[in-house]
Each structure stands twice: as C-alpha cells, then as structure tokens.
Ligand binder design. Structure first.
Ligand SMILES: [Zn+2]
Ligand SMILES: [Zn+2]
Length: 384
C-alpha cells in the first residue's frame, strides 16, 4: 500500500540526556533534541494486519497538522522543530476518517463497513496515570502517526478503543464521502473542546471568547466556542488568508494583531470588561500573553493549547487581581470528548468543512505537508 513515511537521523544533541528507554525504543520524548535532517517519502509498505484488539481502517481523508509540519522544519543545526514524542521512520498522519475493513479476533466494538475516526494516544489502562484517569498522559503510551504507524496511508491499524463511529453524521452531511471528509477534521475540534470543557472549569453560555491565533486549531476552536454558546468569538491572526477563512465561517470580529491593538479591541468589544475566555492557539507567547493579561475579565479562564517554543514572563499579579485561572491543555484523550464533538456535528451546531482549503492525493502527500508549511490554509487534507 502507498504511504507517506517521515525519517531522520538519530543524533542526540550533546547536551541532551538520552534515557535508556529512549535509546532502546528509539522513541524520543523530545524530538527536537534527537532527530536531525528529516526527509519525507511516499513509499510502498505492507498493508498492516490488525492485532486482536485492533481494527483495520481504510483511510479516506487525512488532515495535515502543524505537528506534521514541525517534524519537517528544522533549526540551523538540522534538528526538527517538533518537540514532543517521535519514533522514526514512521508513517505520519493522525487526523483521519475511513471505513473499518477488518476486525481483530478480540475486537468487539465495530463491524466491517462502519465509518470511524480515532483518537491519537493509545493508553495502557494499567499505569498510575491511566488509573488516575489521565490516560492522555499514560506512562506507556504510543501515538498514531508519531510513534506507531499513522494515517497518511491506504490502511491504518487502530486499537478499537480509540475509534469512534461517525455514521450518525449521515443525516447532516448526506453522502458517506462527505461524512468522512468532515470527520477527518474532528480531531482538531477535540483539542479545543478538551481545553475548554475537560480542563477549564466554569465556562458559561454567553462568555466572551478570544482566540489568539486562527490557524487550524484556532479556527476549529472558534467553531466549538460558538456551538457552546459563546456571547461573542473574537480572534487575532496575522495571516490574511486565515482571517478570510474565519470570516467565511461567519466570524466578524477577526483582526490582524499587527494592525490593530488587541487589548483596546477586546476592551471595546466587551464594554470594558475583558474576555471571560482566552485561548492561546498561536504559540507566539511573548506577544499573546501580555495581551491576555491586560484583557482578563473577572474570573477569566485562560486555556493554553499551543506548543510554544519559549516561555513568556507571566504577570502573576494580574491573574491574582482578576481571580483568573490558567489551564494547560494537551491532546484530547478521555472525558468522552470525541462523541460529544460528533454529536455537535450531527446536530448541525458544528461544521468544520469550510476550514478545508486545500486537498492533495496521497501520491503527492509530501507536497501537502509543504503546502501546510506555508501557513496560509485553514486545513490541508489528503484524499486517499
Ligand atoms: Zn493534529
Ligand atoms: Zn497507562
């Protein structure tokens, strides 16, 4: 089967302490310290065979994520930007939807022909983190498209406990093809849903939400905030193209933070109260946090989602003085986040299809990653 494989050289930086577990498993916990001179190739591999607890999914659509791009982008020494978990070579891609075509001997949740999407992190269920309910931080995790083969391929084998049925979207989207196209964008929506409702507490209908960054995660998040009854959704994004996508999604309060003072803008749109919810989806933390901290409503929730390469200075007194909370949020595992996002889509409250702005064939999947690296698209999809 055809697949897109990323590879690089295992060459840990001299100042990085490689653990025995990393060396033995070749699973780097911080890829940017270990993997060097990355390359991509579209290549033939054997079709995977599902384990007993897995299903084999024929992939129909798969989205390119910022993390896929950052596995290819490097610093001046050739080390990849991606700073989380990565084992190479690997079939990358983790935002996908397709059809179950085979089930493992012990798999019980799905039948052949079911339309599914899947979570990314495979958790063990037995470690201390899992037993506390933090499966997203499982000590024995693997991640589809990062440490085990992912979805830029004709087929992917997936633990069935990570899969969710999306056939309930047929009424909303009509054809199975359109269901799967929409379902390939569920994963980015779950990232902000998890931050707003599994991590932060007390977000209310009518709250003012501000997105600092309207790339793929910010755009899907704005949709989630609207579906959840935000009083207004405001966004700051320097890319003209991305602001245009946001406007096409029906958001009017979308601004270029370089042209227009974000703090003054937020205060004027919120009657001087500031925003109840700030979501950091830009990663430009030295620019965004000073804005956030000067535009906190009383009791504001700040949700930190982006992968920032540096740390901002935090103005603690402003959090204290406003009774504000800062929540870190990573991933989307658990808390029934997936089925709830799917229900919002089935109910017609959430439609992420307008975010899809480019589509490539699998044979040109490497070009799809390069296109996403231009950072002008909402979402780049690969059609298989
Ligand atoms: Zn992603
Ligand atoms: Zn675990």
């Amino acid at each position: 089967m055809q697949s897109l494989v990323a590879d690089a050289q295992w060459d840990p930086r001299s100042e990085y302490n490689v653990s025995d577990a990393e060396r033995d498993s070749r699973k780097a916990m911080n890829a940017s310290q270990v993997w060097r001179n990355p390359e991509l190739r579209v290549t033939d591999r054997d079709r995977p065979t599902p384990d007993d607890d897995e299903v084999l999914v024929r992939v129909r659509y798969a989205g390119v994520c910022g993390s896929d791009v950052s596995m290819l982008e490097t610093d001046e020494d050739g080390y990849v930007h991606y700073s989380a978990y990565l084992r190479l070579p690997n079939v990358i891609g983790h935002e996908f939807a397709g059809e179950v075509v085979e089930t493992g001997d012990d798999a019980q949740l799905f039948d052949e022909g079911d339309l599914v999407t899947a979570e990314v992190t495979d958790y063990c269920g037995r470690c201390n983190m899992c037993r506390q309910g933090f499966m997203g931080h499982c000590e024995n995790f693997e991640q589809l498209g990062f440490t085990i083969p992912g979805a830029f391929a004709e087929y992917v084998a997936v633990p069935e406990k990570l899969c969710w049925d999306v056939s309930s979207l047929r009424d909303a989207y009509g054809s199975d093809d359109e269901v799967l196209r929409a379902a390939a964008t569920i994963e980015p929506s779950t990232i902000t849903y998890h931050g707003l409702f599994a991590r932060a507490e007390g977000i209310l209908p009518g709250d003012y939400h501000v997105y600092h960054g309207a790339g793929p995660i910010g755009l899907t998040g704005m949709n989630v905030s609207r579906a959840a009854g935000a009083g207004d959704v405001i966004a700051f994004e320097p890319s003209d193209d991305r602001r245009e996508v946001a406007r096409e999604l029906g958001f009017d309060h979308v601004y270029n933070p370089i042209d227009r003072d974000p703090v003054a803008t937020i205060l004027s749109l919120t009657d001087g109260e500031g925003a109840d919810v700030h979501v950091e989806t830009a990663g430009a933390v030295s620019q965004t946090y000073p804005v956030i901290e000067d535009a906190l409503a009383e009791g504001a929730n700040v949700v930190h989602i982006s992968n920032a390469g540096s740390d901002p200075g935090i103005a603690l007194r402003k959090y204290q003085g406003n009774g504000a909370q800062l929540y870190g949020s990573e991933g989307h595992t658990g808390h029934q986040v997936y089925p709830r996002v799917i229900r919002l889509m089935a109910a017609g409250q959430l439609d992420t299809r307008p975010i899809i702005t480019s589509t490539f064939e699998l044979s040109n999947a490497d070009d799809a990653i390069r296109r996403a690296a231009e950072r002008v698209d909402g979402k780049v999809l690969i059609e298989i």
